[in-house]
Ligand binder design. Structure first.
Ligand code: G3I
Length: 318
């Protein structure tokens, strides 16, 4: 095998990429890499609530359908992202001042509608995204947590399971890759949900790293979740570098991609690794972390960086 997906297929795992709808529609250099290198796709934004239902009751499925159809045509799986999140909510919902019972109905309808539409075509859903604060308690600045309490998580998982019993259902978060207060909080919740028979299948570790800072406890931390019988996945991997990136930093980034992917694939029940983008041309990093960038395996001209080689070594089954 000479591609990322060739390695992943040979190993029976997934290598995914987050996909931006713009270049998906009109940039052949982008789609060429996507089709050749990845066997799983995640919509970077197109399946978020603000994109799907910008006005109450009026849905826009165009971009999400485009991604799901394209994945089917290229023999790629789809990770659905994301159903319950405090961010990227449409303003009618954010500012609607709904009661708890109204919100419960609205959330159930969103999950029924969205999961139902893609039933059988999405192999895993990030049902709940970023529900924790850094200290391991439930996130306080979330509409869902505030109005519905922690019970909304079990309800969302049950509704999603009813809408597509074959999809793997995930809780996804960032800064949970290390063994720390936040991952401890999630671990406790996961154990409780499983004990209550709630259909939780996996934990998504976003893995937005800084060059040279893949946590040393990452593999052991993923393993404790997999020891609960859960799948683990790296769902949003990128490794940001202070700009301009030196060649030493690009080499360290390569090592980081290798380590991060091995940390997942070396654990039982790792379902795969997804990178949060393809090319440095399109990445959320420079817009969010001032002075940082160069976080992805391809540079802005679609040349494979050392990070590409590191990632392929991490995936290599032989
Ligand atoms: O929708 C508008 C569009 O109408 C307008 O033309 C455009 C002009 O800037 O902005 C568009 O919205 C942007 C949206 O991406 C779609 O492109 C938002 O401003 C921008 O903030 C948004 O950023 C996304 C971010 O989530 C929002 O929270 C990033 O692309 C996306 O990579 C990022 O992804 C998240 C994961 O979902 C969850 N984990 C963290 C990760 C990184 O933040």
């Amino acid at each position: 095998a000479t591609t990322l997906r060739g390695y992943a297929d040979a190993r029976g795992t997934k290598i995914g990429a987050a996909v931006a709808d713009g270049p998906l529609r009109n940039e052949s250099a982008y789609t060429t890499v996507l089709d050749r290198e990845f066997n799983s796709l995640t919509a970077e934004n197109a399946m978020k609530w603000d994109a799907l239902e910008p006005n109450r009751g009026s849905y826009d499925w165009a971009a999400a359908d485009r991604l799901v159809d394209r994945a089917a045509a290229h023999n790629q799986g789809v990770r659905g992202h994301t159903l319950v999140w405090h961010s990227q909510l449409p303003s009618w919902l954010k500012n609607g001042n709904f009661s708890a019972s109204e919100l419960n109905t609205i959330l159930k309808k969103h999950i029924d509608t969205t999961v139902g539409r893609y039933k059988g075509r999405v192999y895993a859903w990030d049902v709940v995204n970023e529900a924790f604060d850094e200290n391991g308690t439930m996130r306080r600045n979330s509409l869902w947590q505030e109005k519905l309490g922690t019970g909304h998580i079990a309800n969302a998982l049950r509704w999603a399971h009813a809408a597509d019993p074959s999809a793997k259902l995930y809780i996804n978060d960032y800064n949970i890759e290390a063994d720390n207060a936040k991952s401890d909080g999630l671990y406790d919740l996961a154990r409780q949900l499983l004990a209550q028979g709630v259909p939780l299948d996996g934990i998504g570790f976003q893995s937005h790293f800084v060059v040279g800072q893949v946590p040393s406890s990452m593999k052991a931390n993923l393993k404790r979740f997999s020891d609960l019988g859960l799948e683990v996945s790296v769902t949003e991997l990128d490794v940001r570098i202070p700009l301009p990136a030196s060649s030493a930093e690009l080499d360290q980034q390569s090592a980081d991609y290798k380590t991060a992917s091995e940390n997942c694939l070396g654990v039982p029940r790792c379902a795969g690794v997804t990178v949060w983008g393809v090319t440095d041309k399109y990445s959320w990093i420079p817009g969010t972390f001032n002075g940082y960038g160069a976080a992805l395996p391809y540079n802005g001209s679609y040349a494979a960086k050392p990070a590409y080689t590191g990632l392929s070594k991490g995936l290599d089954p032989w």
